[in-house]
Design a protein around this ligand. Structure first.
Ligand code: G6P
Length: 744
């Protein structure tokens, strides 16, 4: 940069010197000449009387002596006395032989310049007048060569001076420019963060920076436009739109998913390998995304035949019938599984985040395993990444530390963490002994997603309470020492239409099949409940509501059945065993009390059902009960809606499930209010068909639009915007490094 700046400056100053030197030379010549002329007059004035006396006395020798004395002045070359006839009467020794008496100078001037072979001389001729009569002229000669010499040295000095001046000016300018540029870059960089974080917008900004900053903010805001567009314009989100989003907005981005639960489990049953798709909302949501985008899904290989199915790199192409992404299985020891999964994740974090009044248990030994397993998965992410900046989709409370661990090794990665369960308020969260570590770990994410704004706010409050971070609430951004995390709600959803729907028989057929399969009379109104046997799901409360319904609306005795399928889950934990036992006992008691002639009000099937079977149940039902005591989203509610392409069926939905924020046409209930829940059941079963259709249509509209591709699309759009923003930031750092010696 210095060369680019200094060279033109030197050229310009050189040109100035070239033009100015003759002028300066002329000026100096004139100064010296005026000086010489003045001296001539002084000499003349001082000797005039003496010369006239000696001339009148015709004392030639004395005149010579006088001339010799005066000519010793180095500025005087020679003196001569010219007679009235123009003849040279006297002259000093240095008078040039070729020079006669110079002609009378032009009117009013006593000076002429004589150009002799030895150089120019100035001749100053002064009339000697005595009583009005001329006695001749005293001529004083000055050698003008010294003036020429001096004016040419002056020109040289001037050129040298200008050269030094220009060099000095260039150096000073470059130094000042670099210091100023550095300051600008710093100011721009801190102001530049303002659109995302709000930082700097309130700060005083140097007036010269303000216009530049405003321009840059405009550019950055333009990058915000796609968000508005994606929210405002109705896009039919599906696998194709997601693929084109990846292609256009995140070109060459490698997608890596990390979750504890794997999408395909291989178990050994009776010497055969059996494929199972787990009961997990997370898997239900993520699997269609991976089918659309491709990439690698890193998960715990938990099946008894999982090791048999993978290659030497623990890879398995899935889905098994038409593979289009890779499942990378990570193996855990029993000790790791106990501490990380059963212990910290499911006895600590799960009850901590769900208000279900089950006390969280925190053991230091579990924490150690949790840290170790997070590290193991982080290493798997780094090993799988083919590029320095993959898009890593981290799933759920099993991996709160992993984002930071990955960030340390892949600083350029875009890490999107989605927390599938609720986030507690800071008071609740404060009981966790490792709260700071968990928050710091999560803040390694570029984007942290929750289902609801409420959970985002709880998270921000927790950060505010336990970490020293800047929180920009306007933009929902946490700015820590390690970077920036955008905290946003992304309500999760399901594939629309669900893939398994394609093979489903018509609704009437489903109903017939299900009633027949479970030995239920053809006339019963059927409610279904489908979940894991988890204490957060409110299964016993649901049974109590059935009991209350039959108590208060006995007409339903014999003509209503709740078919509850519940997949046993986390069965090694006491809280889960108790939940299942309690529900089974309660169902038995209610059935004993109200059952008659082979009819039972509750059919409880405690086993895992594959997605196709679950869809059949939904299609067979008049009503679906989702009575979670607390749930991040609850995708069963959305699956029920998606299954009902006949636009019939009633959804009874807990107000404590995230889904209740979107499915407003469901009958929203408080699962702790058993009586009210029984009344909701009654009104649902009695609801006129047109009203059922109207409600179902509206809910289907919402889920079809806000489907799983919309969920992923919004997160990936935010990620793409963030990557563009980072690219611009990197350019600024680059400019500052090149121009101002700054560093990024
Ligand atoms: C919830 C969690 C998921 C989990 C699922 C099943 O939906 O958010 O992360 O996969 O429950 O639980 P499990 O422990 O069987 O994986």
């Amino acid at each position: 940069m210095a060369i680019r700046f200094v060279l033109p400056l030197l050229l310009v100053l050189g040109a100035i010197a070239w033009l100015a030197a003759p002028l300066v030379g002329g000026l100096i010549e004139r100064w010296f000449r005026a000086d010489v002329e003045m001296r001539s007059r002084l000499v003349f004035n001082s000797v005039q009387e003496t010369v006239m006396d000696l001339a009148q006395a015709k004392s030639s020798r004395q005149i010579d002596r006088l001339f010799r004395g005066i000519a010793q002045d180095e500025r005087v070359l020679a003196l001569g006395l010219c007679g009235v006839d123009g003849q040279l009467i006297n002259r000093s020794a240095a008078w040039p032989a070729v020079l006669k008496c110079p002609p009378q100078a032009a009117q009013g001037s006593a000076f002429t310049v004589e150009h002799l072979p030895s150089g120019s001389v100035l001749a100053a001729s002064f009339e000697l007048m005595a009583q009005g009569e001329s006695l001749g002229r005293l001529v004083i000669l000055h050698d003008l060569r010294f003036i020429e010499r001096r004016s040419s040295s002056a020109e040289n000095y001037l050129a040298a001076f200008l050269a030094f001046l220009s060099l000095g000016a260039a150096i000073v300018t470059v130094v000042v420019a670099r210091v100023t540029l550095h300051g600008w870059v710093r100011a721009v960089r801190s102001g530049f963060a303002a659109p995302a974080s709000g930082l700097g917008e309130g700060k005083a900004v140097a007036p010269e920076i303000a216009p530049l900053l405003n321009e840059m903010r405009k550019v950055m805001r333009n990058l915000e436009v796609p968000r508005t567009l994606s929210d405002a314009i109705r896009v039919d989100w599906g696998p194709d739109s997601l693929r084109s989003l990846l292609r256009d907005e995140l070109p060459d981005a490698e997608v890596l998913v990390v979750s504890n639960r794997e999408p395909y489990i291989h178990n050994m049953e009776d010497g055969r390998v059996v494929l199972q798709r787990p009961a997990s909302g997370l898997v239900t949501a993520l699997e269609p995304i991976m089918r659309a985008c491709g990439g690698t899904w890193i998960a715990h290989g938990s099946g008894s035949a999982d090791t048999v199915m993978v290659d030497e790199r623990d890879h398995l192409p899935v889905p098994p019938d038409s593979p289009n992404y890779t499942l990378r299985r990570v193996w855990l020891t029993d000790e790791e599984q106990d501490g990380y999964y059963y212990g910290l994740a499911n006895e600590g974090m799960w009850p901590l985040c769900h208000i279900a009044f089950v006390r969280p248990v925190f053991r230091a030994s579990d924490w150690e395993q949790y840290v170790a397993v997070n590290r193991k998965f982080a290493a798997a992410v780094v090993a799988e990444a083919q590029t320095p900046n993959p898009v890593v989709l981290v799933q759920d409370y099993h991996f709160a530390l992993l984002p930071q661990m990955v960030r340390e090794q892949l600083p350029e990665a875009t890490i999107i963490t989605f927390w599938h369960i609720p986030w507690p308020n800071p008071e609740m969260f404060s009981i966790c002994p490792w709260k700071e570590e968990i928050l710091t770990g999560l803040l390694g994410s570029s984007i942290l997603g929750f289902h609801t704004q409420f959970h985002c706010l709880n998270f921000l409050e927790s950060v505010d309470r336990f970490l020293a971070c800047h929180i920009d609430r306007e933009h929902s951004v946490v700015r820590g020492t390690e970077g920036t995390t955008l905290v946003r709600p992304y309500p999760i959803s399901i594939e629309w239409p669900p893939a398994a729907l394609a093979t489903q028989p018509p609704v009437n057929q489903c109903r017939e099949d299900v009633l027949k399969h479970y030995g239920l009379p053809a006339h019963v109104r059927l409610a279904v409940g489908v979940e894991r046997f988890d204490y957060t799901k409110g299964i016993s409360d649901r049974f109590r509501a059935v009991q209350s319904l039959l108590e208060h609306h006995p007409d339903w005795i014999g003509s209503f059945t709740l078919l509850q399928v519940a997949a046993p889950t986390r069965g090694r934990l006491a809280a889960y065993q108790i939940t299942q036992e309690e529900a089974e006992t309660l169902a038995r008691e209610i059935n004993e009390r109200f059952g008659r002639d082979g009819w039972h009000p509750i059919v409880l099937i405690a086993r895992h059902h594959e997605p196709e079977d679950v869809l059949t149940l939904f299609r067979a039902a008049d009503l679906c009960m989702v009575s979670s005591l607390h749930d991040g989203m609850n995708l069963v509610a959305k699956e029920f809606v998606a299954a009902r392409d006949d636009e019939d069926g009633v959804l009874v939905l807990s107000t404590f499930a995230g889904a209740s924020r979107e499915l407003l046409e469901a009958l929203i209930v408080n699962p702790y209010d058993i009586r009210a829940m029984a009344e909701a059941l009654h009104s649902g079963l009695s609801m006129p068909p047109e009203q059922r259709r109207e409600r179902m249509k509206l809910m289907r509209d919402l889920v079809s639009e806000h489907n799983i591709h919309y969920w992923a699309g919004r997160m990936l759009l935010d990620a793409a915007r963030m990557r563009k923003r980072r690219a611009i930031e990197r350019q600024i750092v680059h400019v500052s490094a090149a121009g101002g010696g700054g560093h990024g």
